[in-house]
Design a protein around this ligand. Structure first.
Ligand code: ZN
Length: 60
């Protein structure tokens, strides 16, 4: 449960234009979303594509 709290889904904030997921280490956008569209996907084998930080979780 604790690990899940790393990941902040800004889509839960009313009025925010995006729904991005950020790497908790380097703060880069690893999954960018606008509505239902994926605008960026920067995960490699479950790791951040920028700093290689292990991103735990289930990604669809
Ligand atoms: Zn990173």
């Amino acid at each position: 449960m604790d690990k899940g709290l790393y990941y902040v889904y800004v889509g839960n904030i009313p009025g925010h234009p995006g729904n991005n997921t950020y790497c908790p280490k380097c703060k880069e956008i690893i999954i960018g979303r606008i509505g239902y569209s994926i605008t960026k996907y920067d995960l490699i084998d479950g790791n951040c594509g920028q700093c290689n930080f292990k991103i735990a979780g289930v990604w669809d």
